[in-house]
Each structure stands twice: as structure tokens, then as C-alpha cells.
Design a protein around this ligand. Structure first.
Ligand code: ADP
Ligand code: MG
Length: 263
């Protein structure tokens, strides 16, 4: 039928469960010798190498201004690398045409510190918007949104006005919006930064539950009290370079930098 063009993502970018076998065995995200300059004399990222396997949960940490958001922005192509490569599902993000960026974004769930939901929309509308990039029957949208809301602990709350929700609930709506297209990778940029400590733990736990169903999660935070409660892989950015603890802070043998960081 002419007129209603169904937009489909490239097979490359289909969510984890639907990826082909060779794709599943490869890292979902690879950064190779990545440089990003905002000032010519001072790279924010200098020669970052990083590999993230499918199904991993990793914290990205480092002091304010270290480059955590910059790294994530390179992955969702808000920014382009100046040197090096960013491979998502084996595909070089820097080489994507602008037309292909929506396909990339559909396979990434992004959650921000400030929620970025529309206050005068209902909870349902805020989540459903993530499915409107693809032509999907309304009935299917309704069931997918209901399922996502259930996963974030907001079952049956779809008709509510978002402005009436608490901060923690608003972030749950944002998480539902991020997961509803079933992305292969979730990028969370300080998602607990605006929340009280107990709510921060709840939201962290929510991301862990999502991860336990196979979705890869990169969780950027400078909140050491949160990081120290868990044993996830820890990717630390310091002076533009990445250093790592494979099993969280407790096992960290690395540079003195992170000890200062942990305090
Ligand atoms: N668009 C931009 N223009 C100029 N400088 C930027 C821009 N975005 C980030 N920076 C700089 O890059 C550094 C890293 O920023 P950012 O990635 O936001 O750090 P973090 O998220 O770890 O706090 C900071 O020094 C910041 O000022
Ligand atoms: Mg940041």
C-alpha cells in the first residue's frame, strides 16, 4: 500500500532477543581509541578503549566533568567522535547518515537525570511516544505500554496526569519509555541524581531487574554511595581515560585516583 510506509530498523539494530547468533556472541558496544575534543588543546576523552558485552550491567563513574555524559552522547550520536570508532552491534555509529539515527535511537533506551517527560501528558502518552516512530497498531501499543508500566511498578497508572507524580514515579515513567521499544542497550545518565537516597536505590534496582531479562545497561553516576552498594563492573573516567574494576569498588586494585574518588 502506498502512503503509509512502515519504518523498520536495520536487522543490525534489532533488540537482543532478536539478534542473529553471530551478533549475540559479539560485544554490543566497542569504543576504539576514541578522542573527543571540545577545546583543541584539551581532549575530554583521550584514547578511550572499551568493550561492553551483551547482557552486562556496568557503572560509568568519575568526577563531575570527567566525560561520562560525553561518552554516552557519542553512543546515541548526540555527539560525534573526533578520532576513533564507536561500534554498536558491530556498526560504526560515526558513519551513520542522519537518516539512520532514528533507527539507532530506537535500539537505545536513554534515561536522564531530569526525567525529560512531558508534564501535561498522561503517563500512557509519555511511554507510548517511544513507539510512535514505528507504525504499530494502537491495540499493540496499548498492550506494550501496559506491560512496560507493569515492569516499572506503575501498573494501571496510564491514565494519570504526569504532573501529579512524585520524582521517583516520574523517573519510572521515563524508564518505561526507554524500555518499551525493547532496546538492546539502555543508557542511563545520572538517573538517580534528582532523587533521595532510598529512591535512588529503588531506581537502581529497577535497572537491575531490566538487566536481568537480558538488556545491557550502562549506568553513569558519580554517586559513590550507590556504586559501593553493588558489585557491578565499574568503568571509571579520569582525565579523559578509562580505568576499570571488573567487579565493582570492593575489588578495585587500580590507580589511587579511584580511592580518592571513593573517599
Ligand atoms: N558541548 C560542549 N561544549 C564544550 N564543552 C563541553 C561540552 N560538553 C561537555 N563539555 C566539557 O567536557 C567535559 C566533560 O563533560 P561531561 O561529559 O558533561 O562530564 P560528566 O558527565 O562526567 O560530568 C567538561 O569539562 C565539560 O565542560
Ligand atoms: Mg554528566
Amino acid at each position: 500500500m502506498q502512503g503509509t510506509k512502515v519504518v523498520r530498523p536495520f536487522p543490525f539494530f534489532r533488540a537482543g532477543a532478536r539478534a542473529s547468533q553471530p551478533q549475540l556472541s559479539k560485544p554490543i558496544l566497542v569504543l576504539e581509541d576514541v578522542y573527543k575534543f571540545f577545546r583543541p588543546d584539551q581532549p575530554t576523552l583521550r584514547g578511550v578503549d572499551l568493550s561492553v558485552e551483551r547482557g552486562e550491567f556496568a557503572f560509568i563513574t568519575g568526577p563531575s566533568g570527567a566525560g561520562k555524559s560525553t561518552l554516552l552522547k557519542l553512543v546515541y550520536r548526540e555527539l560525534r567522535v573526533d578520532e576513533g570508532r564507536v561500534l554498536f552491534c558491530g556498526r560504526d555509529i560515526a558513519r551513520l547518515t542522519d537518516k539512520s539515527i532514528p533507527f539507532l535511537r530506537r535500539n537505545l533506551g536513554i534515561v536522564f537525570q531530569d526525567f525529560r517527560i512531558i508534564d501535561h501528558w498522561t503517563v500512557f502518552e509519555n511511554v507510548a511516544v517511544a513507539l510512535e516512530i514505528v507504525s504499530m497498531p494502537q491495540r499493540l501499543i496499548r498492550s506494550r505500554v501496559a506491560e512496560a508500566l507493569e515492569r516499572v511498578g506503575l501498573a494501571g497508572r496510564g491514565p494519570e496526569q504526569t504532573s501529579n507524580l512524585s520524582g521517583g514515579e516520574k523517573q519510572r515513567v521515563a524508564v518505561a519509555r526507554a524500555i518499551v521499544p525493547e532496546p538492546a542497550l539502555i543508557l542511563a545518565d545520572e538517573p538517580t541524581g534528582n532523587l533521595d537516597p532510598h529512591l535512588a536505590i529503588d531506581i537502581l534496582t529497577l535497572f537491575e531487574e531490566i538487566n536481568s531479562t537480558g538488556t545491557t545497561v550502562l549506568f553513569a553516576t558519580h554517586d559513590h554511595s550507590l556504586i559501593s552498594k553493588r558489585d557491578h563492573r565499574l568503568i571509571s573516567i579520569d582525565e579523559g581515560r578509562v580505568s576499570e574494576a571488573q567487579q565493582g569498588l570492593k575489588h578495585w586494585q587500580g590507580s589511587s585516583g579511584i580511592h580518592t574518588l571513593v573517599g
